[in-house]
Design a protein around this ligand. Structure first.
Ligand code: SDX
Length: 433
């Protein structure tokens, strides 16, 4: 997949005066890369970049982010255009297959996902092993890992058809498993998926319908849910996606790899931020307290950070946050919900974006800043927010995993280190320590 390569960097080791030519690999858009694959063999040195702030871990054609301009493209299409005009499964098809589906391809893709939404009946036994108050992310992480026990014999990752089936199973079953985690936590019976419902509608049905009465689908909420899934579908080589790629590089079962991604996403610095934003807004409570919390966020001795703000890549407004804010207003208006937290969030954003600390560090609202308010208005408990992120991001994880497995340059990921521990020393027997 590598583009034509021209140009190089020359690096001089001032300790020896030796120079090394490092080839440049060209991107189709965005930064080119300096190829350091032979760097250790040539120089006996490792490069060093904890947190991968300046390191490309792979070649990919799925998602491009321009952090300075606040641009997000999936296979070249702007996230704003996809969110306004597509269904989530059209975006899933785009990420998995490289282009938006035509009518026939869309119908087949929707059918293939729909007919994989049920889970093995035995899987429901796993839920009963969890405490009632278990966090749904803990349950999801465990149950998705358990899926590898149900499909171990049919997931030959070297077989293209098996990879596609595993992809459909994961995308299709995640909403079912997520809804089951919620139902278990509130002591209500699990709902089976319905094949006559769309992806987001099916999820809302499994989440909120009860056997005692007919569930009335709100088409506006279903559209808002579908749009929210689109906004969370994929995001280049973020922490959880890199986790999935690294796990997959050893040839591990894809269900186990996605469980690893769920674990990484859960952290409050990553996908757990949407839950943390709601907790933070409730803690701030009133706009009169905003200045105190802004001061805490700026205080290096205070671990508090403004949740939903800042991003490793975006040094401009996260384009997803803009769409999310619009969706927020639309959903709250339709539902007739007057949530003071929305006004508080907007006031917090206004004050932060006028503060030099945030302006100088280019800290803007990210995708998590408004998502929690929409989800709360739609009836989701805070504990389910990151679960919803995982449901949507499964499509990106699966597409990235599939791309990594199909990459002809694929090899097991094995970073090195800067070792600063003790040098070799003689062993000391116990009676002499
Ligand atoms: C997601 O990677 C992705 O693509 C992730 C994601 C995706 O779709 O997969 O976009 C989803 O994870 C969004 C991010 C959600 N997390 C949060 O909202 C948590 C709050 N944000 C911060 O924890 C932080 O901004 C990170 C983790 C998102 C990014 O951290 P970086 O890139 O490591 O930046 P940094 O910690 O080096 O911050 C640079 C400076 C530091 O100050 P100085 O040392 O320069 O003085 O900015 C400060 C930080 O202290 N800073 C903040 C801040 N974020 C950064 N200060 C206060 N509040 C914040 N939120």
């Amino acid at each position: 997949m590598t583009k034509s390569n021209t140009g190089s960097f020359t690096l001089t080791d001032n300790q020896t005066g030796k120079s090394y030519d490092l080839p440049v690999l060209h991107a189709s858009v965005g930064p080119n890369v300096v190829d350091v694959r032979k760097f250790y063999a040539q120089t006996d040195h490792f490069t060093y970049d904890p947190g991968f702030t300046s390191t490309g871990s792979c070649e990919s054609g799925l998602t491009y982010i321009d952090g300075d301009k606040g641009i997000l493209l999936h296979r070249g299409y702007r996230i704003e255009d996809l969110a306004a005009n597509c269904s989530f499964l059209e975006v899933a098809h785009l990420l998995l297959n490289g282009d938006l589906p035509n009518k026939e391809q869309k119908a087949k893709f929707d059918h293939d996902v729909t007919y994989h939404t049920m889970v093995h009946e035995q899987l429901s036994n796993f839920y009963r092993g969890f405490r009632r108050d278990a966090h749904p992310m803990a349950i999801l992480c465990g149950v998705v890992g358990a899926l590898s026990a149900f499909y171990h014999d049919s997931t030959d990752i070297n077989d293209e058809h098996a990879r596609m089936v595993a992809s459909f199973r994961l995308i299709a079953k995640m909403p079912t498993l997520a809804a089951m985690a919620y139902k278990y936590s509130i002591g209500q019976p699990f709902n089976y998926p319905k094949n006559n419902l769309g992806y987001a509608e099916n999820f809302l049905h499994m989440m909120f319908s009860v056997p005692a009465e007919e569930y009335e689908m709100n088409p506006v909420l279903a559209k808002a849910m579908d749009r929210l899934f689109i906004l969370h579908a994929d995001h280049e080589q973020n922490a959880s996606t890199s986790t999935v790629r690294l796990a997959g590089s050893s040839g591990a079962n894809p269900f186990a790899c996605i469980a690893a991604g769920i674990a990484s996403l859960w952290g409050p610095a990553h996908g757990g931020a949407n839950e943390a934003v709601l907790t933070m807004l409730n803690e701030i409570g009133h706009k009169d307290n905003i200045k105190e919390y802004i001061a805490k966020a700026k205080d290096k001795d205070d671990p508090f950070r403004l949740m939903g703000f800042g991003h490793r890549v975006y040094k401009n407004y996260d384009p997803r946050a803009k769409v999310m804010q619009e969706s927020c207003h639309e959903v709250l208006e339709i539902l007739g919900v007057d949530d003071p937290l929305l006004e508080l969030a907007m006031e917090l954003e206004k004050i932060a974006l006028e503060d030099p600390y945030f302006v100088d560090r280019k800290l803007f609202p990210n995708v998590d800043f408004y998502s929690g308010i929409v989800l709360k208005a739609m009836g989701f408990p805070t504990s389910m927010f990151t679960v919803l992120f995982a449901v949507a991001r499964t499509t990106g994880w699966v597409a990235q995993w599939k791309e990594s497995i199909e990459d002809p340059q694929a090899k097991i990921g094995r970073p090195r280190q800067l070792y600063t521990g003790p040098t070799e020393r003689p062993f000391v027997p116990l009676d002499k320590r």
